[in-house]
Design a protein around this ligand. Structure first.
Ligand code: ZN
Length: 144
């Protein structure tokens, strides 16, 4: 049960005290992501220059998991290259499907706490919303 209390703690903390939930006036990429099955609705903004994610933020509403997951994702990807962010997203999505190595789990840092979602099928779309939105956003901007 230690794992699931870690999970709850991390989700609550990022949901109640998000670091990256704000406007981002100098963003050069923006995409809205919606999960109708839960009502999660976020807008992700990134500032990407020379293939590096220099800053990022999100706004919107949704359940604790969707908001916390987006916040943890931004913790992880700000300062990294767009390619690296896409690679981490691929690892995160595999984690949610329950197929990940311990080394890969370490790479996800706090976002690894969401591994418990792999046992909660109803919450999967909440957990992956920010990550899918980020992948789509970077995919739409090939110069990133
Ligand atoms: Zn949700």
């Amino acid at each position: 049960m230690e794992n699931s209390s870690f999970y709850r703690e991390v989700v609550n903390d990022h949901n109640l005290r998000p670091t990256h939930k704000h406007e981002l006036p100098d963003a050069n990429m923006e995409l809205r992501g919606v999960n109708p099955s839960c009502g999660d609705d976020i807008t992700l903004r990134l500032k990407v220059r020379d293939g590096v994610i220099e800053d990022g933020a999100y706004t919107g509403d949704g359940c604790a998991i969707s908001q916390a997951s987006a916040d943890m994702m931004l913790d992880l990807i700000i300062g990294r290259s767009a390619d690296e962010a896409k690679r981490l997203s691929e690892i995160f999505l595999r984690m949610i499907k329950g197929r990940i190595t311990d080394d890969e789990l370490d790479e996800l840092e706090e976002a690894g706490a969401l591994i418990d979602i792999s046992h909660m099928p109803a919450r999967v779309k909440c957990a992956v919303l920010g990550w899918h939105t980020m992948e789509n956003l970077l995919g739409e901007n090939p110069e990133a």
